[in-house]
Design a protein around this ligand. Sequence first.
Ligand SMILES: NC(=O)c1ccc[n+]([C@@H]2O[C@H](COP(=O)([O-])OP(=O)(O)OC[C@H]3O[C@@H](n4cnc5c(N)ncnc54)[C@H](OP(=O)(O)O)[C@@H]3O)[C@@H](O)[C@H]2O)c1
Length: 267
Amino acid sequence: MRESWAVVTGASSGIGKEYARVLAKTGIHCVLVARREEQLKGLAAELSRDHGINCVIIVKDLSDRSSAQEIYAECSRLGLHVDYLINNAGAGVFEYFNQADLGSIEKMLELNVMAPTILTKLFLQDMIPRGRGYVQFVASIASYLPTPLYAGYGASKAYDRHFATSLNYELRGTGVHCSVINPGFTATEFFEAAGQKNSWSQRLQMMSAKRCAEIAFWSLKKNKASVMAGPLNWFTAHVLCRITPVRLQAWLLQDDLVRSNKIERKR
Ligand SMILES: NC(=O)c1ccc[n+]([C@@H]2O[C@H](COP(=O)([O-])OP(=O)(O)OC[C@H]3O[C@@H](n4cnc5c(N)ncnc54)[C@H](OP(=O)(O)O)[C@@H]3O)[C@@H](O)[C@H]2O)c1
């Protein structure tokens, strides 16, 4: 039987790192992508030692428009049969939109929107003729809510969720599955990277990255179009968000972030 490979973006920490562990446990070889080489090397050594799989490390900044093409080219050059594409890498710009740096917003949109879109387009051209493949997007519960102070981030995650859900249907009958996982608050480096302190209510809702990755992989194999990570997040997205006015949601979310981070609006 030929060997199966997975490309996992954002594998140097958090959900992506745990996702790579879940894949490796099932005997899938991993292409680990992120900017921090040391973290990727450490994970590759661990996965090879503990699960006997092979790993390839690709150090890339996915906010560079050419990076997706370069990753695909490297996998093709190495002759890897990529059956799994896990579009996990992502980041948020935490600031009032009018005060945020435009360059940071552009980079975030490249990372959260363009990189997964281009990677999917490229890898599908091999998966569809083979009649086999799995593509997963990591969106967010933020894609269901107004996200003041994370306006561009929430919107980028709504793109990911809509895009993946549509592809799930478009791809039916091809043997290729596309799915989206929507994590809620998850204990990772995400908040530190965004420069945001967690409020007590966020800490109360935190899920582990391992649990999130396990739910994600399960939902991908089951060909679920869109899945919430856990019942609490499901309840928030599908019940609370429907019964409370959007203005109230926005106020509560912004107030919580402003209070816990003492963030100021400049005039
Ligand atoms: N944590 C949460 O509460 C939460 C909730 C909902 C959705 N999510 C989503 O979950 C996904 C994973 O995030 P996480 O929570 O696991 O956060 P994390 O621990 O900060 O991991 C983010 C990963 O993305 C990589 N990354 C960031 N910028 C990159 C860039 N420009 N180029 C290449 N790789 C980059 C990081 O690696 P390097 O820094 O080494 O490049 C890291 O491996 C993201 O898409 C995020 O939006 C997270």
